[in-house]
Design a protein around this ligand. Structure first.
Ligand SMILES: NC(=O)c1ccc[n+]([C@@H]2O[C@H](COP(=O)([O-])OP(=O)(O)OC[C@H]3O[C@@H](n4cnc5c(N)ncnc54)[C@H](OP(=O)(O)O)[C@@H]3O)[C@@H](O)[C@H]2O)c1
Length: 337
């Protein structure tokens, strides 16, 4: 399998001046792939030419990924400053003083002295145990509250002051939540992760982020075919199997996965596809430079695939009194509390 020159991958400049590749690699094993499989893939991906990795404390594999970063440095594959390493604070670490501890743990596991981007994984301070099912609730779960969120965000801002995080980001935000918190930020998010695939495009959120100079990072860019059982529902659409994606892939003589990625990149998002398979992750990276770009007509066809098919509904974050998962997403344009 070939190696792609990282310098050839198109770059994006963030609102804080950081320069990043237009694609990264996810590291969530979806409860199906072991930490060893994921970290082996990270090593292989560095070799293949990836320079951006999306990690998270709750993925349970940062220590092994940290080992392969060290291995890659020792093997001369890249230097620390060549990598753009992102990780996230989990929901049980929003309290006073928690964020510094959360980042310290990730730094220790990843064996780094700074991260390039530190995200607040969810805007809710609600813990749930890894692997729990969607009916699981924590009795002390709380709805989003601006004041509480900002107390946590202030802690992320201090990480930038201390040089422990070069940039900070949010994840799974809605427009009403962004409207409420952005004017209060001393350091604005440079990136925001959001679920994005052809059947769930979130155009309004996407445009809002771009309009505010925040780089959208698209998670589950292929529609996450291996997502945990708990996130699968009858009626979910398999993005890559839709006739439009199949037809465009056939026209480009490639797998529909690569069409999803070309679409995301041409749209202006940074997709972070995951795979443990060398042929897949290498071709995912290559999709940003190989083959023809999508035509305007193809982009327009993919636009018609929008089906509001949210895959991560977030049920486990619901607080006592919340109606259902729709409450998490402020669908009527106001923050549900
Ligand atoms: N911020 C957040 O809250 C959040 C939430 C979810 C995810 N994320 C991040 O987003 C990343 C990506 O999401 P995801 O892993 O759920 O979904 P995804 O990237 O949409 O889908 C990954 C799956 O697609 C298949 N695949 C990958 N490349 C392929 C290719 N070239 N051809 C054919 N199939 C291919 C693989 O399945 P097979 O093994 O069957 O080939 C792989 O397991 C995660 O790893 C994580 O880092 C963030």
């Amino acid at each position: 399998m070939g190696t792609i020159n990282p310098d050839a991958i198109p770059k994006i400049v963030l609102n804080n001046g950081q320069v990043v590749p237009c694609i990264g690699m996810g590291t969530f094993g979806s409860d199906r792939f072991t930490a060893e499989q994921v970290s082996d893939a990270v090593y292989g991906a560095i070799k293949a030419g990836y320079r951006m990795f999306d990690c998270a404390a709750c993925y349970g594999n940062e220590a092994m990924i940290g080992d392969v970063f060290q291995q890659a440095f020792r093997d001369g594959l890249c230097k620390r400053e060549d990598l753009f390493i992102m990780t996230k604070a989990w929901n049980d670490m929003h309290g006073d003083g928690d964020i510094l501890i959360a980042l310290a743990k990730s730094l220790k596991d990843l064996k780094l002295d700074y991260v390039d981007m530190y995200f607040l994984h969810w805007p809710f301070p609600n813990y749930h145990a890894p692997h729990c099912d969607v009916d699981s609730r924590t009795p002390d779960s709380k709805p989003f509250a601006v004041e509480r969120f900002m107390k946590t965000w202030r802690q992320l801002e201090r990480l930038v002051d201390m040089g422990l995080a070069k940039g900070i980001g949010m994840s799974s935000m809605t427009i009403p939540k962004l409207e409420a918190v952005l004017p209060l930020c001393r350091i604005k998010p440079a990136m925001c992760e959001f679920e994005e695939h052809p059947c769930f495009q979130q155009e309004e959120v996407f445009n809002y982020l771009r309009g505010h100079g925040i780089q959208p990072v698209g998670f589950m860019p292929l529609g996450s075919p291996q997502r945990p059982e708990r996130d699968m529902e009858a009626g979910d659409i398999a993005d890559m199997k839709t006739p439009i994606m199949q037809e465009i892939a056939a026209a480009h003589n490639c797998h529909p996965a690569l069409i999803c990625l070309k679409w995301a990149v041409q749209r202006g998002a940074i997709p972070i596809p995951f795979s443990v398979w060398e042929a897949e992750y290498t071709s995912n990276l290559g999709s940003t430079i190989d083959g023809d770009p999508l035509t305007e007509e193809e982009m327009a066809k993919i636009k018609t695939l929008e089906a509001n098919n949210r895959l991560v509904k977030g049920q486990v974050f619901l607080w006592p009194g919340a109606k259902d998962w729709h409450d998490l997403w402020d669908e009527d344009g106001v923050i549900v509390q």
